[in-house]
Design a protein around this ligand. Sequence first.
Ligand SMILES: [Zn+2]
Length: 270
Amino acid sequence: MPEAPEVEAVVRALRPLVNGRTIRACRVIHPVATKPQSPGDLGKALRGNRISEVTRRGKYLLLKLSRGSLVFHFKFDGQLLWFDRPPARDVHVDVFFFLDRGILGYADPRHLGRANWAVDPDKVPGLRALGVDVFSRGFTASALTNILSGSRHPVKLLLMDQKKIAGLGNIYSSEALWHARLDPRRIARRVKPAESRRLHKAIVSTARRALECCCHPAPDFRNPDWWFADLSRILRVYGQDGQPCRRCGGRINRIQLGGRSSYFCPRCQR
Ligand SMILES: [Zn+2]
């Protein structure tokens, strides 16, 4: 699932393509992609709207318009595509946004993500509830300590809770905990101040490294099969159960935590 680094890389690559462009029309191929908005309402809201800014909040991407915002959430594998002219029919696209120059496509074969228009994004429930963004200045060591100190939940679940920290998901929370040498099952409020500072550092550096990786090469919206470059060169535990830990040689374990697979080294993550 795209986490903040992936979405941020999309924001940066998309900006030069759409900034200042006007949406002439949109065509919804699979109406599930705009739910609960009807394709007709989406089209009406977007027509004639000018894109003034491309931004991100947590894992959401927003196109700020002269009136309202177009909000994308990519869920597991939603993606944006770019066409200079209408594509052949065999390309999976859920929604076309026809701009005064070029066509932006939104595609999600699993149909879990969404593209919606909102008059005020601050009133969109998922956006309104977001906690401090992992890339923001507000995400400081003491902010993290405060978040941890109030919770009896395992630290990993807290890191993935968008209402607490916006932008981290399963992959980078697993990675950050490995770098910080913390067991993902540790009860958040029992994490000591020094450990919390270590975790903050690990989260920030993990997210920065991931962003760097996601920007090189940059997302290629013109290729309908584009996806982020192979992240395995920066991953240390995620998806590596049974492999030796790069730090201590222990065996990476996979456990279920909050219904998601979690990866960690029981020997050096305490
Ligand atoms: Zn280890």
